[in-house]
Write a protein that binds this ligand. Structure first.
Ligand code: MOS
Length: 773
């Protein structure tokens, strides 16, 4: 049953009270009026010390007695039939304890039904298996065989002794070649170019007729690789038919369920543990082939097996951000009001879909007539996986660049053009974010025409550019959490969720501490373990804190209730006359108090547990998270080198839980977005179909030398769809970074950047083209 509650929503001095329907048993909502002591402050990660000293145990650090090392043999051909695999010599190598070969077409078909990789491979695989056919391998890097041995070196030697025979088939890895009707097909029963997905509102043709100005352009973005610091991998152990896995995953429960289905055992017989995770960024949702092989090897060898991928395998087979080619046309009135937007894109995520880029064009600005056509193109390359704000950095780059072109044509300031097409909402603080970020970057210094850099007279030109971030609210139930109080005063907060790296542990401790009147370091957090039975969704879609903290809060409130009840008689007060503050249980306004431990000692048992489940999102609240990023660059017109000098990133995520980790999340998005803008590109060789830079030497990632000054600005917004009032922040900060940098570069050189990454060669080509034009 829902109950009406009044909440204050909005931001800064724009607050208003509304009435919403809230599920019963929800505690008082932490809205704009809530006075909090811990939540909202800057708390250093509780596990920061463990991380920097190496004490923190990542999957890579898990070593079990009698553990073997797994290694995978991968196909060297971009498209082939696996005719036979002879692992006889490998099996005889001393130290080799298990060998698996994957000739069957349906070797991983059961996984394809369960994981979310989007591989359209499995029906074909199953029918081919039924027909007694050989297995087709669809990209260079697909799994052919695996071994487990007593040392990593022996495993590597064994892999080299396996003789696989392939019939090499015609391949296609180029996005444009794959679309041609006579191109080799990735799937025989399926054209490479899927019919476009179409979404529209209004009448785009009428919108262009209404337009007084139109601008258009074609933009391209490369395939980018996730490159989480920790590669994919797992340590698997079977005991009495039950499977335990330590895994590098952003979803322990999904990983568990994938394994349970693959091995056809109850999910209760699988335990997945992720104490610490070295990043995931969307590529580590399920068990995947790698997780399954680890468990298969452990089963066959009857010993624990560690299987961690190396960087090359990681960058061939575990996911990527699809490429895009985007043609975009925008029509507007002379005052800048958008009348029509048409986006037509195609891109490739290899053997998987997910190349759509239309999110920003669809949602960012007011435009009555929008047509978006997005096409996935299949190629013989590793499957795409979700990657931090899937589709959004690509789409934002094309959209925001075109808007800057439009501003130039209209003689408008680019920021004014954005404001002109603003979609207003009571909980949308974007105007404020524009103000704050524009001020912090010194937007008034932006010149419409290229001008000198910091060193007047040199070849350096300075430019400023901006872009808008938005990300829908995805968090919700189911999530469960437990807070336990021990009679010695120890407090535990338990949720099965994994800390992908954003500081989940610390946030859980902060919310628990807030409710119980403690410091965050007085709360022990237990997470990353399906055996906790406290369900959490995967850490993806910017949902982690949004999903788990409301359950944590409710559990903590339950524990609090039990504690004050136990303490009340000793304080001669009713429990509703007590408050928890500064580690004590006190009478409100009175003088009597007990320490937390003294109160806990009065619990009539050694431990009490309060469990809670997350309620449904409150209707009518919880809109998108927003942000605005402004970049300042210097471009050397002699070398083409782009130096990003400064990025200001103003963002909101509802209630900021931990100011420090929130800023860190923003910094991380900016760093990743900068790297994408300037450096990253997976290169696949057309004739051979081989990825040329599946490593970190030739696949460039921004390092400290490329880092600008980053100024994160958190804007507090009250828009509570849950009792804590938190919204997502993991993804928004990567959305507009490349766009803001590209706009700044275009501003600096007076020519429109249309292709990422913005390499020196591209900048010089643009400058030459400008002279000739
Ligand atoms: Mo993210 S791409 O939802 O991990």
């Amino acid at each position: 049953m829902a109950q009406p509650r009044k909440v204050r929503i909005g931001y800064a001095d724009k607050l208003r009270e509304i009435e919403i329907q809230v599920p019963e048993n929800e505690p008082a909502i932490w809205d704009a009026g809530a006075k909090l002591k811990v939540v909202g402050t800057a708390v250093p990660r509780l596990d920061g010390g463990a991380k920097v000293t190496g004490e923190a145990r990542y999957t890579h650090d898990v070593n079990l007695p009698g553990m073997l090392y797994g290694r995978i043999l991968r196909s060297p051909h971009p498209h082939s039939r696996l005719l036979s695999v002879d692992a006889g010599r490998a099996a005889k190598l001393p130290g080799v304890k298990a060998v698996l070969t994957f000739e069957r077409p349906d070797s991983f078909a059961a996984l394809g039904e369960t994981d979310d990789s989007g591989r359209p491979v499995d029906d074909a695989a199953k029918s081919e298996a039924k027909a007694g056919g050989t297995r087709r391998l669809l990209y260079a890097g697909e799994e052919v065989a695996a071994v487990a041995a007593t040392t990593p070196e022996t495993a590597e030697d064994a892999i080299r002794l396996i003789e696989a025979r392939y019939e090499v088939l015609p391949h296609v890895v180029s996005l444009e070649l794959a679309r041609k009707p006579d191109a080799p097909r990735v799937f025989p029963d399926h054209p490479n170019a899927n019919p476009p997905a179409v979404r529209k509102r209004g009448d785009v043709e009428a919108g262009f007729r209404e337009a007084e100005v139109t601008v258009e352009g074609t933009y391209t973005t490369p395939v980018a690789l996730h490159n989480a610091l920790e590669t994919h991998g797992a340590v698997a152990r079977w005991e009495n038919g039950k499977l335990s896995v330590w895994a590098s995953t952003q979803g322990v429960f999904g990983f568990r369920d994938d394994l349970a289905k693959f091995f056809k055992i109850p999910s209760g017989d699988v335990r997945v543990v992720t104490e610490y995770l070295g990043g995931g960024f969307g590529a580590k949702f399920g068990a995947g082939v790698c997780g399954v092989i680890a468990a298969m090897l452990a089963k066959k060898a009857q010993a624990p097996v560690k299987l961690m991928l190396d960087r090359q395998e990681e960058n061939l087979a575990t996911g990527n951000r699809p490429s895009s080619v985007q043609w975009i046309k925008i029509g507007a009135k002379r005052d800048g009001a958008l009348t029509a937007l048409h986006l037509r894109s195609h891109g490739s995520g290899g053997i998987a879909g997910g190349a759509g880029v239309g999110g920003p064009a669809w949602m960012s600005y007011a435009c009555p007539n929008v047509l978006i056509e997005e096409q996935d193109v299949l190629t013989n390359a590793g499957p795409a996986m979700p990657f931090r704000a899937p589709g959004f950095p690509q789409g934002s780059f094309a959209l925001e660049s075109t808007l800057d072109d439009l501003a130039d044509r209209l003689g408008l300031d680019p920021l004014d053009l954005r404001r002109r097409n603003y979609i207003d909402a009571p909980t949308k603080a974007l105007h404020l974010e524009y103000d704050l970020a524009a001020k912090a970057i010194g937007w008034e210094r932006r010149r419409a025409k290229p001008g000198p850099g910091a060193t007047p007279g040199g070849s350096v030109r300075r430019g400023l550019g901006m872009g808008t971030a938005m990300w829908p609210m995805y968090g919700g139930p189911p999530t469960d959490a437990t807070v336990t109080l021990h009679s010695d005063g120890t407090v535990e907060c338990i949720c099965g969720t994994q800390d992908i790296g954003g500081g989940t542990r610390t946030a859980m401790a902060m919310v628990t501490a807030e409710v119980l009147g403690l410091r965050p370091d007085q709360v022990r957090v237990i997470l990353g373990d399906t055996a906790s039975k406290m369900y959490s969704p995967a850490s993806g879609g910017s949902v982690t804190l949004t999903s788990i903290l409301p359950a944590v809060r409710s559990a903590a409130e339950g524990a609090r209730e039990r504690l004050v009840k136990a303490a009340a008689p000793a304080l001669g007060a009713r429990s509703d006359e007590l408050e928890l503050r500064d580690g004590r249980v006190r009478t409100k306004g009175g003088t009597k108090s007990l320490t937390f431990a003294e109160a806990a000692a009065r619990l009539k048992t050694t431990v009490i547990s309060a469990q809670a489940s997350r309620a449904e999102n409150y209707k009518g609240t919880g809109a998108e998270s927003y942000g605005a990023q402004f970049a300042e660059v210097e471009v050397d017109t002699e070398t083409g080198q782009v130096k990003v000098v400064k990025i200001v990133a103003a963002h909101d995520c509802g209630r900021t839980i931990n100011r420090l980790t929130a800023e860190s999340q923003v910094n991380g998005g900016v760093i990743m977005g900068l790297s994408y803008a300037l450096l990253e590109e997976r290169v696949v060789d057309d004739p051979t179909g081989i990825v040329l830079n599946a490593n970190l030497e030739n696949y460039k990632i921004a390092g400290t030398l490329e880092m600008p000054e980053i100024v994160p600005i958190m804007v507090e917004v009250s828009d509570p769809a849950n009792n804590v009032g938190v919204k997502g922040l993991g993804e928004p900060p990567i959305v507009p970074t490349a766009a803001a940098i590209a706009n700044a570069v275009s501003n600096a050189i007076g020519a429109r950047v249309r292709d990422l990454p913005i390499t020196p060669a591209r900048v010089l080509t643009l400058l030459v083209g400008k002279k000739e034009a």
